[in-house]
Design a protein around this ligand. Structure first.
Ligand SMILES: Cc1cc2nc3c(=O)[nH]c(=O)nc-3n(C[C@H](O)[C@H](O)[C@H](O)COP(=O)(O)O)c2cc1C
Length: 214
């Protein structure tokens, strides 16, 4: 068996107590995100988005968090992609932040929905032109014969929008996940990890905090 599959890494002594947490779990998440940035985690805002298709089959992929605030957690994507189709069929999703080098993980469960067009426009305006052209050229999640097809399409859209702003494609947008559960996991010695989870019934309700067994 490969050495890495036999390793029993000890996750250390840094604990997570109820008293360590801020009252607002989104503020607590932002504090951990800042820790991940300070520790130079690669792409600290990368998160694994889990969705479920209309047929009940799960799927996951990485996306980048673009905002976390009292309204929710936001990312940008192509809404006609597999993930876009799935979250329209079934709004329940998971977001997992894997900050392994800090022995930390955050899991958010919530309901996803596209943001308003005006908010999608603001995200679009903030994108580099090359990314905007790629969004036009790529039918995200669809098969393609070879890379040359994509590169040719990039050339076509560069010519089409030459000398002008690139408009937002209708299928490109942003998604907001309104959390109902946010779990903070801190690795501890001998696998006796800390798991503290904020939960609420809906966006109007207050958060409750409970500890879960590791
Ligand atoms: C580090 C990283 C960041 C990514 N960020 C995004 C993103 O913000 N939005 C996005 O649509 N895809 C992003 N992707 C690509 C997705 O993981 C995925 O391949 C793509 O969205 C298609 O997923 P789907 O076919 O399940 O819809 C990223 C991938 C990686 C590895």
């Amino acid at each position: 068996m490969s050495e890495s599959l036999r390793r029993h890494t000890d996750y250390g002594q840094v604990g997570l107590d109820e008293a360590d947490l801020l009252r607002d779990p989104v503020e607590q998440f932002l504090a951990w995100l800042r820790d991940a940035e300070s520790a130079e985690v690669f792409e600290p805002n990368a998160m694994v988005l889990g969705t479920v298709g209309a047929d009940g089959a799960p799927s996951s992929r990485t996306v980048l968090l673009r905002a976390a605030n009292p309204a929710g957690f936001e990312f940008v994507t192509t809404l006609s992609s597999r993930k876009g189709r799935e979250l329209r069929a079934q709004s329940g999703v998971s977001l997992l932040f894997p900050w392994y080098s800090l022995r930390r993980q955050v899991i958010v469960l919530g309901d996803a929905a596209p943001v308003a067009e005006s908010e999608a426009d603001a995200y679009w305006a903030d994108r580099p032109r090359g990314s905007q052209i790629s969004a036009w050229a790529s039918e995200q999640s669809e098969p393609v014969a070879d890379r040359g097809v994509l590169e040719q399409r990039v050339g076509e859209y560069e010519a089409r929008f030459s000398g002008a702003d690139v408009p937002r494609p209708p299928q490109w947008g942003a998604v907001r996940v309104v959390p109902r559960s946010i779990e903070f996991w801190q690795g501890r010695s001998s696998r006796l990890h800390d798991r503290l989870r904020f939960e609420r019934a809906d966006a109007m309700s207050a958060w409750t905090l409970r500890r879960f067994q590791p």
